[in-house]
Design a protein around this ligand. Structure first.
Ligand SMILES: [Zn+2]
Length: 129
């Protein structure tokens, strides 16, 4: 994620004058202007891997969206939150959350993945790559 490598093959993700290419679960019905301001834990993809990822990734079988993002700052981490009980550090509730780097709770997260926020997004058809 940090180096913007393809989430499938590990080569450089696709880049163009429109930004970096992302393949995500389709949430267009969830909110207006999706995916603007969406936090993602999935790294971008390269052009070669769009087809195989769309067919084989279980998360994408119900619908996938392909998009260019012009801005994608690293904003936080995703993982379970821990708390101190005064003696040892214990899991807070087992739930994994997205926590921003400017949130004081970030020091209690066991980060599983890095989070980027997508902006300047342009949805495209898979035929366009
Ligand atoms: Zn790839």
């Amino acid at each position: 994620m940090l180096r913007l490598l393809c989430q499938v093959c590990g080569d450089q993700a696709e880049r163009s004058e429109h930004g970096v290419l992302w393949l995500l679960k389709d949430h267009r019905e969830d909110w207006k202007n999706w995916p603007e301001d969406m936090a993602v834990t999935e790294p971008p993809v390269c052009r070669r891997c769009v087809g195989v990822a769309s067919r084989l990734c279980p998360a994408l079988r119900r619908g996938a969206a392909l998009l260019w993002a012009q801005e994608f700052p690293v904003v936080g981490v995703h993982g379970p939150i821990y708390r101190s009980n005064g003696v040892v550090t214990v899991p807070f509730n087992g739930e994994r959350r997205l926590v921003a780097y400017d949130d004081p709770a970030v020091r209690w997260v066991c980060a599983i993945s890095q989070v980027r926020k997508l902006n300047g997004c342009t949805l495209i058809s898979t035929d366009e790559v």
